[in-house]
Design a protein around this ligand. Structure first.
Ligand code: 4AD
Ligand code: MG
Length: 437
């Protein structure tokens, strides 16, 4: 805050009874009579109730202030008064109200549809809900940087425009690139695999694009993925890092965002017990057995669908890592796990599933280092092996065991904040049916 103005969060600290302060912000709610005026003022930090009388403010100021619409920007002056009924414990007794810019009638009123609110996302960002989500989001991405940096990982920034597919051709967004066609990135992975031969341990938090053709509450066309890649690391160790990372993020949110979780009605007591518990690791084959007990038969070899993941997670109240999915159903870069107890070939790979029906929040694996098996798998996916020649170089010049994974940032935020729809975990969602505002 500048010298003149205090933030609402700061004035709400204990011991401010009777202090004179100047605040600025936007009118969140307003009501009044001919003699008294009540303004709930909001700034980025919080809201506070302000009360003014015609006598204290004078005729002209009172009538001007009373005529202001919600979302008008104002500056106010007054004395803090402790009031146990007021949210946060203080009320401001106004001695001055100065309009900065009076608002036109605000289009968002009570009880509007989710779609209307998303059509007006540029204005709805001001809501207490979006304000709270965006604060948690800032904590989450900040925690990811802190987690990896404090463990000696380097931040590595991948290209967004790429000629290669890594997660299958069907979700690629094509871009006209001068006179040729290329794609928006689906994952940093292939470039990360090149970079670990220089930096060994790297991470990023970066935009990711997938042309998802179905409308769900979990898929965005543009989302952020937080990925890591590490040389000299097997997938079992990567799973341990992933568990530590998610616990680190949750601990940070619990430390910094209690009041935001409250605003979102995302009870912190759902998250607290997770920190001290072990999170289970089960195999895909074991997952099918659990599903069978629930009368859900999945043919061995098929990837798990959303409904199957949901049914599986009914048995757990922590995140669960499912390992060793069938090799056939997996992307070309996932190697075979030779020592598995399974009816067919499985991959050294894993997904982390969140509880409470939030589904897959992490996908990861060890990376195949065998040129011929990668080439075969690429051909099977219908890719031209020669397009991946640079990637195969990484196996030709000093190849080492390496692993990595990607966290779906919005999936994680949706779970932590208990959001009904992933679209509210990102400021301006892009989906099959929405690219505005
Ligand atoms: O499981 P995915 O496809 O894994 C990869 O892309 C690997 N190359 C990552 C790696 O090993 N470096 O995606 C990772 C995560 C998913 O678990 C999910 O949480 C999220 O990204 N995700 C999406 N989130 C929102 N909208 C979508 N359309 C998403 N697709 C994947
Ligand atoms: Mg996946």
């Amino acid at each position: 805050m500048d010298n003149d103005h205090t933030s609402i969060a700061d004035v709400k600290l204990p011991g401010n009874q009777g202090k004179e302060v100047r605040l600025r912000g936007w009118i969140y709610r307003t009501r009044g009579s001919n003699r008294m005026l009540f303004i709930v003022l909001r700034d980025s930090t919080d809201i506070i109730q302000c009360v003014g009388s015609r006598d204290d403010l004078g005729e002209v100021v009172f009538d001007t202030a009373r005529a202001l619409n919600i979302e008008s920007s104002i500056s106010v002056h007054g004395k803090l008064n402790q009031d146990s009924r007021a949210p946060g414990g203080y009320e401001l007794h106004l001695s001055a109200v100065e309009p900065v810019s009076p608002a036109e009638r605000f289009p968002i009123t009570k009880d509007q549809s989710e779609e209307f609110l998303r059509d007006n996302r540029h204005l709805w960002l001001r809501s207490r809900k979006m304000n709270a989500v965006l604060k948690v989001r800032s904590t989450v991405t900040g925690a990811i940087h802190d987690f990896f940096r404090s463990r000696g990982y380097y931040e590595f920034t991948p290209p967004i425009l790429t000629p290669n597919a890594a997660e299958g051709g069907s979700t690629l967004f094509e871009v006209k690139y001068y006179d040729r066609k290329i794609y928006m990135t689906q994952t940093w992975q292939l470039y990360a695999e090149a970079a670990i031969f220089s930096l060994e341990r790297i991470y990023d938090v970066s935009p990711t694009f997938r042309a998802e053709k179905s409308k769900t509450s979990r898929h965005l066309s543009e989302f952020w993925m937080a990925e890591m890649e590490a040389a000299w690391m097997g997938y079992r160790e990567a799973i341990e890092v992933a568990n530590q990372e998610i616990k680190f993020i949750i601990a940070r949110v619990l430390e910094r965002n209690r009041s935001e979780l409250e605003i979102l009605e995302a009870d912190a007591s759902r998250l607290e017990p997770l920190l001290s518990r072990e999170w289970p690791v089960i195999t895909y084959t074991e997952a099918l057995e659990i599903l069978k007990e629930k009368k859900m038969e999945v043919t061995w070899g098929k990837d798990l669908r959303t409904i199957e993941e949901e049914a599986l997670m009914e048995n757990f109240d922590t995140p669960v890592t499912v390992i060793q999915y069938p090799k056939e159903a997996m992307a070309f870069y996932k190697p075979v796990e030779e020592n598995a107890n399974a009816p067919g070939p499985v991959a050294k790979c894993f997904d982390m599933l969140a509880p409470e029906g939030y589904g897959e929040i992490i996908g990861g694996s060890e990376r195949d280092t065998d040129i011929s098996s990668i080439s075969k798998a690429l051909e099977k996916e219908g890719e031209k092996v020669e397009n991946y020649d640079w990637y195969l170089d990484l196996r030709r010049y000093g190849s080492v065991q390496h692993s990595g994974y990607g966290v779906g940032v919005e999936r994680l935020i949706a779970w932590i904040c208990k959001l009904e729809n992933i679209k509210d975990a990102i400021p301006f969602p892009r989906t099959l049916t929405r690219v505005t505002p």
